[in-house]
Design a protein around this ligand. Structure first.
Ligand SMILES: [Zn+2]
Length: 142
């Protein structure tokens, strides 16, 4: 939308609903002019214009801004946690990553002791699951 100030050169109506000056724009006074385009599906463009008393335009803009409450919808939701909980949680997740790596290694290498080791590592993962519970629960991708 383009917005500019100009002097009123011909009669017009103030577009602000709450206008206290009977919507009457007075010749020679400043007005705010807004112009924007509306496009319909066929590709046709319509030019739209509105005029305001300067005060009325400010009042309308202020009302619009006050009505608009910003809500962040991007990114993952952060769960409120204390710093201590968070660092404890990260420690457990690091240990888990180490176990997962060893598990991968044992699975690939095989060898006589592998089944026993693999079982042991699975047990460790189960143990870590229990440990992480009080620090925000088990992550989805465990
Ligand atoms: Zn007005």
């Amino acid at each position: 939308m383009n917005v500019w100030l100009r002097y009123t050169t011909k009669k017009g109506k103030c577009a602000y609903e709450g206008c206290k000056k009977a919507h009457e724009l007075i010749l020679g006074e400043l007005q705010v002019r807004c112009r924007w385009y509306m496009r319909i599906k066929s590709g046709q463009k319509w030019m739209k214009e509105k005029s305001y008393h300067v005060d009325c335009w400010v009042a309308e803009a202020r009302e619009t801004l006050d009505r608009r409450v910003h809500v962040e919808t991007r990114g993952r939701k952060t769960i409120p946690r204390t710093d201590e909980d968070r660092s404890e949680r990260i420690k457990i997740l690091r240990r888990r990553a180490a176990v997962v790596q060893r598990l991968k290694h044992e699975t690939e290498m095989g060898g006589g002791n592998a089944p026993k080791k693999i079982q042991h590592l699975y047990d460790m993962l189960e143990q870590l699951k229990i440990e992480i519970m009080p620090y925000g629960g088990i992550p989805d991708g465990w």
